[in-house]
Design a protein around this ligand. Structure first.
Ligand SMILES: O=C(O)c1ccccc1NCC(=O)[C@H](O)[C@H](O)COP(=O)(O)O
Length: 214
């Protein structure tokens, strides 16, 4: 029996990207609000794109160390369903954001070695979901979306009682193995379905959706 992984396609920037993600069976679509990213969208662009997202698909807004003024403007203009915090937000800040906006919050935690794992537990206590991602290399321009994997064996025998997603360097070719090794039921992809940084490829999106039917 197939039990499809729940897929989040992140960094979507066009109506074509959204259509391709929906056709590939996405559960989540992610919009990146980080000016240095090739996937950055403005609040106005996201408001237009959000209208194109089919009902039932979770619209995730990814922000990095955003302040209340930015989040106020974002949540007033874009009908998002979840906030993804992808910076150095503390557990206290995660709790504040959750309370202020009344939206589910997913906190990204970067993993490179065993010392990073306690962070997952700390954020599990306050966030609704955790995105377990590869830690960006020192000096990287982006805190995520770098197309790099971490050693999946680090979390191979771990379970958590809240939903979590695996991210970092996933592709149509490795997503099934990554899910088998880590036990992930949800996966997030950005670079692995792009033909160039910030340019999503409909064929790769379809291939990823198929590969996520495990
Ligand atoms: O994708 C970005 O450009 C980005 C910029 C700033 C913070 C986070 C960012 N991406 C985070 C994501 O959720 C990615 O989907 C995740 O890191 C996996 O990325 P990839 O390894 O490229 O699949």
């Amino acid at each position: 029996m197939t039990q499809n992984l729940h897929v989040k396609f992140c960094g979507l920037r066009s109506t074509q990207d959204i259509a391709a993600a929906a056709a590939a069976g996405a559960r989540y679509v992610g919009f990146v609000f980080f000016e240095k990213s090739p996937r950055h969208v403005t609040i106005d662009q996201a408001a237009e794109l959000a209208i194109e997202v089919p009902m039932g698909l979770c619209k995730v807004a990814l922000t990095v160390n955003a302040d209340d003024a930015f989040l106020d403007a974002l949540t007033a203009a874009v009908p998002i369903d979840m906030l993804q915090l992808h910076g150095k937000e503390t557990p206290k800040r995660v709790a504040e954001v959750k309370a202020r906006y009344g939206l589910p919050v997913m906190k990204a935690v970067g993993v490179a070695d065993p010392d990073d794992l306690p962070q997952i537990d700390a954020y599990m206590a306050v966030a609704d979901q955790i995105l377990i991602d590869a830690k960006p290399p020192k000096g990287a321009a982006l805190p995520g979306g770098n197309g790099l994997s971490f050693d999946w064996r680090l979390i191979a025998d771990r379970t958590w009682d809240k939903p979590w997603m695996l991210a970092g360097g996933l592709t149509p070719d490795n997503v099934a193995q990554a899910a088998r090794m880590t036990g992930a039921r949800q996966v997030d992809v950005s670079s692995g379905v792009e033909s160039a940084p910030g340019v999503k490829d409909a064929g790769l999106i379809a291939a990823f959706g198929n590969a996520a039917k495990v």
